[in-house]
Design a binder for this molecule. Structure first.
Ligand SMILES: Cc1cc2nc3c(=O)[nH]c(=O)nc-3n(C[C@H](O)[C@H](O)[C@H](O)COP(=O)(O)OP(=O)(O)OC[C@H]3O[C@@H](n4cnc5c(N)ncnc54)[C@H](O)[C@@H]3O)c2cc1C
Length: 314
């Protein structure tokens, strides 16, 4: 089976999920190539080679400077046909989830979104994906010739593996785009993205007021973590939506997830239960978050979090 890994990049930087998907492709033991679509993409090859991309195909066209859902899907579909790929790997990110169904429709291919396990079972592909807000794990076999998968970020580790790539620049001609994204308004500059961070510290309604959020920020800072929030904290206007973790927010899978003053509603668990280690701080011993936590601290967060920050600073 031949695999195409679709590189995701933003502001001249390859996103971590691409390296994770390259590592996954290597693990599957099948031949693979990396496809990069974009306007200004020439400088991306260096980083891709650090993570083991041995064959890179560039589809460069200045009209791809701005993301076009139909334009990108068309060119990726063209790449799949040209390289006779059987499996397409993308990130279960906003872009990947936008492109995968379009690609599925053009190629008449089966699509499995948000996969947490991908493996070869003989000469067949077997994937596992959480469903119903993480309540069940479905094992799926895709029957179509081309199989399109989006992979949950942070599930596979990006392995540093420097190589010298064979590179090819290919024509990227498409018809008129129907949709072009004019502007992407990102959150605060330099802020760690919750979906890419190795450690996430999230706060909930237990914080009582946005004035107490410095506890979350300071704990995140000493741990080098990203800030997350429950929907209650976002709906109350305490935090921006790009920090929301859960069913209607982002899905995270860090090595360590610390939930502070979060009850653990099923919609929150949907976005973080695949984290490797979960630590919960909650004064209610019956809070559902403790059912998924590896370590639980039953305590008043206003007492315990400042102590943790002090301890970690030393
Ligand atoms: C369709 C739908 C989609 C949703 N999507 C999401 C989503 O994406 N993400 C999400 O998070 N939610 C989502 N929700 C909302 C979800 O159901 C919960 O309402 C929400 O997660 C609750 O947030 P919370 O845990 O911060 O607040 P609460 O449920 O109010 O929990 C606060 C917790 O803080 C604890 N606490 C209070 N004071 C202290 C203290 N001093 N020290 C320690 N602990 C303390 C309490 O014991 C309690 O457990 C969704 C709901 C629906 C219906």
């Amino acid at each position: 089976m031949k695999i195409l890994v679709i590189a995701e990049h933003r502001e001249g930087r390859i996103r971590k999920i691409t390296y994770e998907n390259i590592s996954l492709a290597r693990q599957l033991g099948q031949p693979f190539e990396v496809v990069v679509v974009g306007g200004n993409i020439a400088n991306l090859e260096e980083d891709l080679q650090k993570y083991g991309a041995e064959k890179i195909k560039f589809y460069q066209n200045e009209s791809f400077d701005k993301y076009s859902p139909d334009g990108y899907a068309e060119i990726i579909a063209q790449a799949v046909k040209e390289h006779q790929a059987d499996i397409v790997l993308m990130g279960a990110t906003a872009t990947g989830k936008d492109l995968a169904p379009r690609l599925g429709s053009i190629l008449n291919a089966a699509v499995a979104n948000d996969c947490t396990t991908v493996e070869m079972d003989g000469d067949q592909l077997k994937v596992v994906r959480p469903m119903y807000a993480g309540k069940v794990l479905a094992t799926v076999r895709l029957q179509s010739d081309v199989k399109v998968l989006t992979i949950r970020p942070n599930v596979y580790q990006a392995e540093h593996n420097p190589v010298t790539a064979e590179m090819e620049k290919l024509p990227a001609e498409t018809g008129e785009f129907k949709t072009v994204v004019q502007e992407i308004v990102s959150g605060a500059k330099g802020k760690l993205d919750v979906t890419e961070a190795d450690i996430v510290v999230s706060g909930g309604r237990g914080l009582k007021s946005p004035d107490n959020w410095h506890l979350i920020e300071n704990l995140a800072q000493v741990l080098g973590a990203a800030n997350g929030a429950s929907r209650a904290a976002v709906d109350a206007g305490w935090r921006p939506h790009d920090e929301q973790v859960g069913q209607t927010g982002k899905t995270v899978s860090p090595s360590l997830y610390i939930a502070v003053g979060i009850s653990g509603a099923i919609q929150h668990l949907a976005g973080m239960s695949s984290s490797k280690y979960i630590v919960a701080i909650n004064k209610d011993p019956e809070a559902p978050i403790f059912k998924v936590a590896d370590y639980g601290i039953v305590a008043d967060l206003f007492e315990v979090v400042p102590k943790m920050i002090e301890e970690l600073k030393q």
